[in-house]
Design a binder for this molecule. Structure first.
Ligand SMILES: Cc1cc2nc3c(=O)[nH]c(=O)nc-3n(C[C@H](O)[C@H](O)[C@H](O)COP(=O)(O)OP(=O)(O)OC[C@H]3O[C@@H](n4cnc5c(N)ncnc54)[C@H](O)[C@@H]3O)c2cc1C
Length: 414
């Protein structure tokens, strides 16, 4: 058959290359090709992690690793038992790309350059005879008995093993939908919050550990997270906020990104100890103005803003009334902030949504509806919080697709 490939991969990104290389290494006599619409592949790898490529994360147990995936948590447990972070470290190391771990657990190539990952992939793909066809935008896929006919603007290809690794491409999702694949509507994940609150004015750059909750119309918490909150000139970012944006991707989209949050700026203190610390301040620092003292290890600028909010800034501790103290405790532990929009998180942005997980067999990332159809990477309705987890999913899914293809094609006469 003309233009026949044993394995045809649509999408030359992280997942597509990882699938191709792993399959090609074990199947030297099979024809394997990648169809990539851009002039070159791996464009997202290039810009990832601020140009350093946060390849994976130093979490080496499958179950805790899954808790970083708002979509895919349950489904990825099995796959992670077969290929996860430790395997990623070994895979790159074996191919001459050692990784190093930063304090927060993120892993990067020791060169701190995403180009190292790209060079490794291009070298391995070339070494094992993977054919890469660039500027090959796939516009149509037609199932034909046991085969697939794949149309680009230039050519028609045939294969019996089709891997879709096209990332977050609405066009491909529409195409798949026409082939009877269920698609979960895409919405943004990993974004920062707009907040124009006077309490945050001139605090840009300040970062502190918080416990933060998203509130519903009845002021009840519907979602919470903890960790560092970074004040930006447009509102809030940092891990605590990004986690809320990922776990709440659908709920916050439904609210058009207009909602209230409650912040506990001193989550390490229980209510009794908060009162105790403030009573001590009142007795020991009685004559001092409130803003001339600090407590709870809060950054001074934030402490001052919260005092202002409780109208206590210029007062001496001795003159603070009970009501003011209550207001201040509220500001410290239950401050309400109005969020009125979102911004893209520039270091990493992903989409929640994609091919619905119920139709995927997670043993090998095959479609339950069509034989010979595989999915790898972000095309699936899987996404993670920031930290290297999105790439880990691309590696895990790509690896398991390749293993299934190796089992399937390896025994057949070459
Ligand atoms: C700015 C930024 C920084 C990021 N940094 C990190 C990070 O440091 N760590 C991390 O874990 N994650 C990071 N991510 C997320 C990560 O990049 C993605 O999760 C990952 O690239 C998904 O891999 P993929 O192969 O599934 O999709 P992609 O990398 O998006 O690759 C899909 C490929 O398919 C091609 N394609 C699409 N449609 C067609 C078609 N019709 N025909 C042919 N080809 C097609 C595309 O051109 C693309 O090359 C970042 C994302 C962004 C945007």
């Amino acid at each position: 058959m003309e233009n026949y490939y044993d394995i045809l991969i649509i999408g030359g990104g992280a997942a597509g290359f990882f699938t191709a290389i792993n399959a090609a290494e074990a199947l030297p006599n099979k024809r394997i090709a990648i169809l990539e619409k851009a002039k070159e592949g791996l464009n997202k790898v290039k810009i990832s992690g601020g140009g350093r490529c946060n390849v994976t994360h130093a979490e080496f147990l499958p179950r805790p690793l899954t808790t970083n995936y708002p979509r895919g948590e349950k489904e990825l447990l099995g796959p992670f038992h077969k290929f996860m972070t430790g395997d990623t470290f070994a895979w790159f190391e074996e191919r001459g790309v050692p990784l190093h771990i930063e304090e927060d657990g993120r892993a990067f190539p020791v060169t701190n350059s995403s180009q190292t990952i790209i060079d490794c992939f291009l070298h391995e793909a070339n070494k094992h005879g993977v054919q890469c066809f660039y500027q090959s935008n796939v516009t149509k896929v037609i199932p034909q008995n046991d085969n697939w006919e794949v149309h680009t603007s230039k050519e028609i290809y045939h294969t019996s093993n089709l891997v879709i690794a096209t990332g977050s491409s609405p066009k491909v999702w529409r195409m798949l939908n026409k082939m009877d694949c269920d698609i979960v509507d895409p919405v943004p994940s990993l974004f920062t919050f707009h907040c124009n609150d006077s309490r945050l004015q001139e605090l840009q750059g300040l970062s502190t550990d918080v416990f933060v909750s998203v509130l519903d119309e009845n002021q009840k918490s519907i979602l919470d997270s903890s960790g560092p909150l970074l004040v930006t000139h447009w509102g809030m970012s940092g891990p605590a906020i990004l986690k809320l944006s990922a776990w709440g991707a659908r709920e916050l989209f439904a609210k058009d990104y207009k909602f209230k949050i409650k912040i506990n700026w001193i989550p390490q203190y229980n209510p009794e100890s908060v009162i105790e610390v403030l009573q001590q301040l009142q007795s020991i620092e009685a004559k001092k103005k409130c803003f001339n003292t600090t407590a709870f290890d809060l950054p001074k600028r934030l402490w001052r803003r919260l005092l202002q909010a409780a109208n206590m800034e210029e007062q001496r501790w001795a003159d603070v009334s009970k009501a003011q103290m209550q207001d201040f405790i509220k500001e410290l532990t239950q401050g309400i902030y109005v969020i009125d929009g979102k911004s893209t998180y520039k270091d990493e942005f992903v989409t929640a949504g994609g091919v619905a997980l119920k139709q995927i067999n997670f043993k090998n990332f095959t479609s339950r509806k069509h034989s010979g159809l595989y999915f790898a990477g972000e095309v699936l309705d899987v996404d993670a919080i920031t930290g290297g987890f999105n790439f880990q999913h691309a590696w895990t899914s790509g690896y398991l697709v390749a293993q299934d293809l190796i089992n399937k094609l390896g025994n057949k006469s070459q």
